[in-house]
Write a protein that binds this ligand. Sequence first.
Ligand SMILES: C[S@@+](CC[C@H](N)C(=O)[O-])C[C@H]1O[C@@H](n2cnc3c(N)ncnc32)[C@H](O)[C@@H]1O
Length: 366
Amino acid sequence: MKTMTKSAAALPLNTIVAGDCIEAMNALPAESVDLIFADPPYNLQLRGDLHRPDNSKVDAVDDEWDQFASFKAYDDFTRAWLKAARRLLKPDGAIWVIGSYHNIFRVGAALQDQGFWILNDVVWRKSNPMPNFRGKRFTNAHETMIWAGKSENSKYTFNYEALKALNEGIQMRSDWVLPICTGHERLKDEAGDKAHPTQKPESLLHRILVGSTNPGDVILDPFFGTGTTGAVAKMLGRDFIGIEREEAYRKVAEKRISMVRKFDNEALQTTTSKRAEPRVPFGQLVERGMLRPGENLYSMNGRHKAKVRADGTLIGSDVKGSIHQVGAAYEKAPSCNGWTYWCYKKDGKNVPIDILRQQIRAEMAN
Ligand SMILES: C[S@@+](CC[C@H](N)C(=O)[O-])C[C@H]1O[C@@H](n2cnc3c(N)ncnc32)[C@H](O)[C@@H]1O
């Protein structure tokens, strides 16, 4: 069962708070949120309608919520919501902010000025971008996401192995190629028009939440829109808090999230980092009689052997020390992972010593 701290108990978990995000955030308890995902107004500064070559009007973001009188007005708003957001983050919390060239540089400067520590900027390259209708500039084919820790010292969550597994075993890079939200995922209103002009794809939030949160974490989205963050958080067994000032969007989001099912617990287990697994000293194998003092270990390449001593060190020809030190000395290498270097003999067969470590770890997990 999840233990609720006093502040967590007061949180409106898995709900959409109506109203202005700055006021709503200021009403929540400090240091209560693990991650913030924010998709704030872009301040697109559109001058008049945009038309395609056939003169049809482009459905661009011209909503009232995206209008600011000046860059200064936008900066004041950005600094105010970031300040409120930072107060809510736990010390080891982190924030993602997505934006375009219109606003992301201003947001980046404000983040740094307020003490957030930028960890990466991730480029979301749209595999199916809208063309540049006027043909006067490059096709605007990406958005930028800034990922930042609450402070330089934050021990933020980064599920390196899970992200690598998502990417078929290759380290995840900071350029993500994903389609914009289209097809059945794109929510429509009664008239069949887009329910929201800037609905983000669930694939983007899936990667962010798998990579930088754990099941049970609390994720706040102060610009909730259609609730993409809430929908993906629910699927992934995370808690969310959404804030949205437009009633029409709140209704769309509520309906959407009510239809989402959480994945089962087994499906939510992701690949963990080896470093996150409990440390098992080699000596424990000896103490527990899994290996006996005097028994020989053999290198996996079959070239070397060394004898186990009662204190969990090895002694070989002209060398003694830990499983790592003796392996490194034999291979004349600066370092060696003894757990993958050595094996022992069982019924005449070579068995990696790491199998014994895994047995102990499995016991510890029960
Ligand atoms: C870029 S959209 C977010 C879209 C969302 N990520 C999605 O996938 O649907 C920004 C949203 O923030 C809302 N918004 C703008 N200013 C706000 C404010 N001060 N407080 C709360 N919501 C606000 C807008 O109504 C809009 O729905």
